[in-house]
Design a protein around this ligand. Structure first.
Ligand code: GLA
Length: 692
């Protein structure tokens, strides 16, 4: 099976060829009478896939030696009888009370030594051999029982691995950390060098002396902290591999996935390194509160596409309306259900699924929206859900199409995220993802497409720098020699690199590159900085291009041949360079020494893109008001036009056959006037591909 076939094998197996549509389905929360109604309503809504048994361990295995599969047999059969595929969970996400009572040593321990007790969910240590033994026994029982079931379309390993237990500081974690460190460094000398243990009398003389960075008397060693983040992510990935290997032994024909959490500040799991481990990438996304919420959603979907190497992926969860875990949980407005869903499809999702099918009557998530709300099927929300099912059916032609690469990209890196936000730094105010998001929003405002790609993707070939004319690498803090060389080669052959404050500073061991900042990128950028200069919260500096900087302002020495694009008007660096650009052979390397925010980046981005010959593909009046995303198959391009505003937008001048056109009234109707994009609406145009 080719990668692409495998990726699509899940949704295609019984519902070919359609966008998968569905939800987490938790029938074990409901009496049997409700199940038949569920199946009927699922059909009415066009649901064709459900994720089942995610939190069912306690029900499936009521005691160490007793199993209860009867109810799940019935559910699997019921789904099959209604033409609905099952993405079957391995059910290992939340261990049952009998297990944590029998083996309290599987419970995670925080940095401060507190145990995370049962009563919530996901209370297990990723490195516990005892938990692993019980979990794999359950996986084996599931694979054995359902491996041949005709409804089975995919395996769903655990659930949101690391959501609540990514950092565990227990003794199991300590032992596994030592093993991980031995693999990485080979010798204690290697570790001592990498961790810089000459500092503060930290030299280790025996592996057993090494601990996770538990609450210490002062700042724990930064490389120890960084390695512990790497290890913690890898430990969960090992668990994913263990379940996956077992599933592949039983059912090599069934694709395996797990739902990532590419969203907001969820940063413990390096999904760039997990994605190659599974047959298709899945993501969960919930709209983040705040003014950048929708830009963040687009950014996350775009990054998920980057993780998938531009291939289609699976939106495993989002919400039909309100969630329950913010301080105030407001419902979505008319049109937003369709707009949010199609934003993910625009970025390559071939599935639109929700948490969850039927809103719970009890439990911690009873106020979280679902496809069938408390009000029942006679509700505006369920009617919107049905309408969305129809819209997705109309989008069948896009299934299997890939993202059409943009000419610009944003380079995202988990190591830089982790390392740039460590403690005892020039500032604790820096937020890595926020800077990347600002640049992304500026691209959206300019109406210019930008792909979000990862450093790991460059390393393993998921992404080719040569596809891009412009790459923005915000706060690219960790720059090993190989990455610096790769960027320089690309710049010399015509690439235009843009980077920011606190970039190029350290190598992969978090050791500072000496000789002046920005270290590994200093020569390429044609600048030199002697002292890092963060700004206090609330301090702002004006630039002569009208923008305002916060957070940082470097004192830059500009080398001959490097241009100054903007200068500081006030503050410590008044009169000195704020933004520089060095022409390098066919390309260039630019440096932005302060935090401009999306609005401040916007005019600068225009100049940088102009210099690189990259522009918007949208007609002028649409730029900024409409998000354009393009998917591409062998025959056609699909232009997704998402209205970012609450006003109608005229679409004159855009060719193509309308596949769908959503409106706030019905969430999915065809009522929108021709050549108009409704407020909060989405239009998808199919355009035959031009052959060169
Ligand atoms: C996560 C989980 C779901 C549910 C939702 C609620 O995504 O996977 O089980 O808790 O959050 O938003």
């Amino acid at each position: 099976m080719t990668d692409e076939r495998r990726l699509l094998a899940g949704p295609e197996r019984t519902v070919s060829p359609r966008i998968a549509y569905g939800a987490d389905y938790n029938p074990d929360q409901w009496p049997r009478e409700v199940w038949a109604q569920d199946a009927r309503l699922m059909q009415a809504a066009g649901v064709n896939v459900v994720s089942v048994a995610i939190f069912s361990w306690a029900r499936l295995q009521p005691a160490p030696d007793s199993w209860d599969f009867g109810w799940l047999d019935e559910v699997m059969d019921l789904m099959h009888a209604h033409g609905i595929s099952v993405d079957l969970a391995t059910a290992t996400a939340s261990p049952p009370p009998w297990l944590t009572t029998l083996h309290p040593e599987i419970l995670p321990v925080t940095r401060t030594g507190e145990t995370l007790w049962p009563g919530g969910r996901q209370q297990w240590r990723p490195t516990s051999p005892v938990y692993r033994r019980y979990a794999l026994a359950l996986v084996e029982a599931m694979a054995d029982r359902y491996g041949d079931h005709p409804a089975l379309a995919a395996w769903h390993v655990s659930n949101e691995l690391g959501c609540h237990n990514v950092e565990d500081y227990s003794d199991d974690a300590a032992a596994a950390f030592r093993t991980w460190l031995r693999d990485r460094y080979g010798t204690l000398d290697g570790l001592n060098d990498a961790w810089g243990t000459a500092f503060w009398s930290q030299r280790y003389t025996d592996w057993e002396q090494i601990l996770p960075p538990r609450l210490a008397a002062s700042y724990p060693n930064p490389t120890q902290q960084l390695d512990f983040k790497r290890f913690s992510s890898d430990a969960l990935r090992d668990h994913l591999r263990a379940e996956r290997d077992l599933l592949r032994r039983y059912t090599p024909q069934i694709p395996v996935t797990t739902n990532f959490m590419v969203m907001g500040e969820t940063k413990g799991m390096n999904f760039a390194s997990w994605a190659p481990e599974i047959d298709f990438v899945s993501n969960d996304h919930y709209l983040q509160p705040g003014p950048q919420g929708r830009a963040e959603m687009s950014f996350s979907a775009n990054l998920t596409s980057g993780l998938a190497g531009g291939r289609p992926w699976f939106l495993m969860e989002h919400s039909t309306s309100a969630v329950n875990w913010q301080s105030v949980n407001v419902p979505k407005r008319p049109g937003e259900l369709a707009r949010d869903s199609l934003t993910h499809v625009a970025h390559g999702a071939d599935a639109v699924c929700f948490f969850q099918w039927r809103q719970s009557a009890a439990g911690a998530e009873k106020y979280h929206s679902a496809m069938v709300p408390h009000a029942g099927e006679d509700s505006a929300l369920f009617r919107d859900v049905v309408a969305l099912g129809r819209t997705l059916a109309d989008l069948a032609p896009v299934v299997g199409s890939r993202r059409a690469p943009a000419r610009a990209a944003i380079l995202f890196d988990w190591d830089s995220w982790w390392a740039s936000e460590l403690d005892s730094h020039p500032t604790e105010l820096l937020r890595y993802r926020a800077e990347a998001l600002d640049w992304y929003e500026a691209f959206l405002d300019a109406g210019v497409r930008a792909d979000v790609v990862t450093v790991a993707g460059l390393d393993d070939g998921r992404t080719d720098l040569a596809d891009y004319d412009v790459v923005v690498a915000p706060v690219l803090h960790v720059v090993p020699t190989a990455l610096a060389d790769r960027l320089e080669r690309w710049v010399r052959t015509g690439g235009h690199l843009v980077t920011t404050y606190f970039s190029g500073i350290v190598d992969g061991d978090d050791h500072v590159w000496l000789g002046g900042y920005p270290g590994a990128l200093r020569d390429l950028l044609g600048i030199r900085i002697e002292e890092l200069n963060p700004l206090h919260a609330g301090d702002a500096v004006r630039l002569d291009d009208g923008s305002v900087g916060t957070l940082w302002s470097d004192r830059i020495d500009v080398r001959p041949g490097t241009e100054v694009l903007a200068r500081y008007l006030d503050g410590q660096q008044a009169g000195r360079a704020a933004v520089t650009r060095r022409p390098v052979d066919a390309g260039s390397a630019a440096y932005v020494s302060t935090r401009l925010g999306a609005a401040g980046i916007r005019p600068l981005l225009g100049r940088l893109l102009d210099a690189a010959g990259v522009g918007s593909e949208l007609p002028e009046p649409l730029r900024g008001r409409v998000e354009l995303t393009v998917r591409r198959s062998a025959e056609a391009e699909y232009w997704f036009l998402v209205n970012r505003t609450d006003e109608p937008v005229g679409l004159t001048g855009l060719a193509g056959e309308r596949l769908v056109s959503t409106t706030p009234d019905d969430g999915a109707g065809t009522a929108a006037a021709q050549d108009t994009l409704a407020p909060r609406g989405v239009v998808v145009l199919a355009r035959p591909r031009e052959r060169s």
